[in-house]
Each structure stands twice: as C-alpha cells, then as structure tokens.
Design a protein around this ligand. Structure first.
Ligand code: SAM
Ligand code: SF4
Length: 363
C-alpha cells in the first residue's frame, strides 16, 4: 500500500476546533449518517478504472479490522454517532470468509439498520441465500456490460457468467431492490449503455451509471477519456426517454430519472446517474468511510486519513469507546467542503488524486 501523506488538500482551509456536538458533524454543517465500511482491500477482478493488472500489495490479515472490531465500530456509529445506514464494500467483500458471520452479528445488534453490500458478484450465486438469511437488506452488483469480450477487457477476468448467476441468485433470495452499478469506458462499453438499461428494466433492477473518477491505481484517468453524465443521458436518449424523478434525492449520490419508451406514457422504471466529477453533490454529502484497516476517510478523495485501529486495539473499556468515537468525530469535523473537481472556483488544478485506489478505500 502506498504511503498516504498526512497533509490535507492544499486549497482547503484548516478546520476550526470542533465544538462539543453529538454525531458526525463537519464544519460546513453536514451530518454524516451513511457509513461505508470496507471489509477488505483484496479483489478477484482487475477493473481498469480501479486496480492495476498485477493487483496491489494486499494488507496483512493482522492489519485488517477483525469481525469483532467491525461489530464494535458499527455499534459506536449507530448507538452514539447517528449512523442510520450501513454499506459494506471493499475490495471485494465476498472474498472475506467471515462475511456471513459479520452480517449476522450486525443484524443481531441492530435489527432495523439497513445493511447493504456492494459486490462484483463473483461467487455470489453460492452465497446469496446465506447473506439474505444472515440479515443483509439488499445488494448492489457491479456489472458494466452484458458482453463477454467487453467484460473481459474491463475486468481482465472471464467471469461474466458468474456475475449473471449471482444476480439471479440474489433476486431469488429476495435481496431487493437489486441495484446494478456500471462504469462506462470510452470505446469499450459506452455503446452497451442502453442495452444494459433495457436488460435491467426488464428484470426490475435499478441501474446506476457512475462517472469514472480519478481513483484508479494506474493513474490513467483523464477528463477527456471519462464518459460524462451528460453523455450518458445522450447515450440512453437514443432508445429511451428520461425525465427527472420527482421523488426527493435525499442526499443520495445518484440523480434518478424515470424511463419510458419515446412517446409512451408507460413507466418502465428508473435509472440513476452518479455524476461525482461533472455535477458533484458534495454540499449534500452524508457519507463517512472507514477503510479495511480502520482509517476514517471523510471523503472518497480525501488525502487525510485518521486511524481508529490503534485506539480500538488499545482497550475495550467505556473510556476507550469514548476515545474512538471522539477521534471519528474529529476526522469528520475536518471533512473538506468539496473534492476540487467540477466546483465553481475549484478547477482540476486544485485536485490532487489520492494515493489510494478505489479498491483500497471502499467505494
Ligand atoms: N468490488 C466491489 C464492486 O466492484 O462492486 C465493491 C468495491 S468497488 C470499489 C465499488 C464500486 O466502485 C463499484 O461499483 C465500482 O464500479 C466502482 N468504482 C471503482 N473504481 C471506480 C472509479 N475509478 N470511478 C467510479 N467508480 C468506480
Ligand atoms: Fe475489484 Fe470492485 Fe475494484 Fe473491480 S471495482 S477491481 S471488482 S474492487
């Protein structure tokens, strides 16, 4: 894992001292209630926009949050800090052998907490039923294309059929509403956007396109290479009619659109577009992220990380819990106002790509 500099993004002001407020509040008045927790940095795919071909140097097991530490952290988040929903991610969370036990323990402690999982779907077919029985609420499965050759090109692995079987098993296990995440890459799968949407609509799945962010380990992202949200709307517009979804966005990263056949009043379903780069939603961000080794990242693009693991391992008394909660609050208090791309007054020149890839943060 590359060393991560401790300095915050240069263009952003230093945080004022944190007042004694409850919850995960930042200096700009945002309150984080959506916890994203990475279970591992390991993955069995090598998506171009995320991982290098040879993978990364994986964290040693001793550096990963244990199941007990995960349960304790989520407990602190929910019981003291106002966390209202949890998403488990990675790396690929399905590669973690104790995943079902972790979900079962979280469910026992938090019977009504929405717990979702983002997965690439490889190996999901054999685990979907157990995940549902353990208490998982729902799933996002990442699948960028239905074409085998493009899937292989994007992920560098020939596992599309496994992903399709995983989606089918998740649906059969009742893990709904099922969402499908897709990243488009120019010249690879951008021509498949409308076909993928049609496939999802036919099955009642909600497709969400994510603009490619500069979080690839190879640092190959370019603004011109990225397919923008406006382009995505155009790509879909040849086949479907999109109208803004009148329901409130409520801090969700995806802007939702109702989908119809041109000229038809019949609603086919909705599609989401997450325009993190060109239409950023930082002002309404409600997320707090914890990496697989227990570091708080207040933003995906943050270059500042705050370690909770050492404090978690220092002891389990109420005083130790107080210290962990306070450090988590400090980390969130210093959350930057914006990530530096696509905001008025903040151009690409103000943006410095984090050293961590998406897989090492937890998307
Ligand atoms: N391995 C799991 C998966 O792929 O679903 C979970 C982790 S992955 C980092 C979470 C999400 O981040 C996936 O939907 C993936 O497509 C997305 N992602 C990864 N790198 C990205 C990037 N550079 N820009 C936008 N989305 C990215
Ligand atoms: Fe693995 Fe997910 Fe990154 Fe693809 S996007 S390499 S599946 S962590």
């Amino acid at each position: 894992m590359p060393a991560v500099p401790a300095a915050a993004s240069a263009s952003l002001p230093a945080a004022a001292p944190r007042p004694a407020l409850s919850g995960l509040v930042d200096q700009f008045g945002r309150v984080a209630s959506d916890m994203r927790l990475s279970l591992t940095d390991k993955c069995n795919l090598r998506c171009h926009y995320c991982m290098p071909e040879d993978g990364l140097e994986w964290l040693k097991k001793s550096k990963l949050l244990t199941a007990a530490e995960i349960v304790r952290l989520v407990g602190l988040g929910v019981e003291r800090l106002g966390v209202r929903e949890l998403r488990l991610t990675g790396g690929e969370p399905l590669v973690r052998a104790d995943l079902v036990d972790i979900i079962a323990a979280l469910r026992r402690n938090h019977p009504s907490l929405p717990i979702s999982l983002t997965t690439n779907g490889v190996g999901l077919a054999g685990k979907a039923q157990a995940l549902a029985e353990a208490g998982l609420t729902r799933l996002n499965v990442s699948m960028d294309t239905l074409h085998h050759d493009a899937f292989l090109q994007l992920t560098r692995r020939p596992f599309l059929d496994q992903v399709l079987a995983g989606i089918e098993a998740a649906d059969a296990a009742g893990l709904r509403p099922l969402k499908v995440n897709a990243v488009l890459m120019r010249g690879v799968n951008d021509g498949h956007a409308a076909g993928l949407l049609g496939w999802c609509l036919d099955r009642g799945y909600e497709l969400r396109f994510i603009e490619q962010m500069p979080l690839d380990a190879d640092h190959g992202w370019t603004r011109d290479g990225m397919i923008t949200a406006a382009e995505i709307r155009g790509l879909l517009g040849g086949t479907f009619e999109l109208a803004p979804d009148p329901r409130s966005r409520e801090g969700a990263p995806a802007e939702r659109f109702e989908v119809r056949h041109p000229g038809s009043p019949a609603l086919l379903g909705t599609v989401g577009i997450i325009a993190s780069v060109t239409e950023p939603f930082c002002a309404d961000c409600r997320r707090t992220r914890i990496t697989a080794e227990g570091k708080v990242m207040s933003c995906l693009f943050s270059r500042t990380e705050v370690d909770l693991l050492a404090l978690l391992r220092a002891g389990t008394s109420p005083d130790d819990d107080d210290a962990v909660a306070a450090r988590w609050q400090d980390a969130m208090w210093a959350k930057p106002k914006a990530h530096g791309m696509g905001h008025p007054g903040l151009g690409d020149a103000d943006f410095v790509q984090p050293d961590r890839s998406m897989s090492a943060i937890g998307g």
